[in-house]
Design a protein around this ligand. Sequence first.
Ligand SMILES: [Zn+2]
Length: 178
Amino acid sequence: MQENIPTPNKEDIEWAYLLWNSMTVGGEWTLPSVGVYERTGEVELTLKEIHYSTPLTDAVTSVFDQHHWIMVLADLIGWRIEEKVERAFDHTIEVNIPDEMLGDVSICNARCGAMFRVEPLSTGVNYTMIDDDATCPCCGGKNCVDDVLKGVHVVLDDGGWVLKQARIAQNKIIAEEE
Ligand SMILES: [Zn+2]
């Protein structure tokens, strides 16, 4: 959990208590930028949908931390939060992760260092959709990603890309100094 996420205060606790208790069991509550919770019991909410609507770089911390914040809040008033995510949306696009591709790993054809993994839906993970041109999200090269990944939401591992960029920048500085 990020330090910039405040601990729930008295108003937050009252707000949650009133809001959740006013819901009927089976009723849904949409928390913007996080997702949809359903009241699944007397003192239980279940996260059913995830909404990634914040910018890419903040998405991991915001969705995950806000969901975590809700869990902390729930704990304070004696509620439970379950997770049973069935659908997720990236802005307004439904996140598409075909079951039969789970575990697939591939790399950018331009060998820019980017790696793509097909992983199951989770609140703690950020997904990037590969577009119809198979554009690599790191180097921007077209037709750089396996065709089968077009329209699929992948987990982008840019560790190799970052290392390469650092090396290229370093070489440039050396070249300029000579
Ligand atoms: Zn690339």
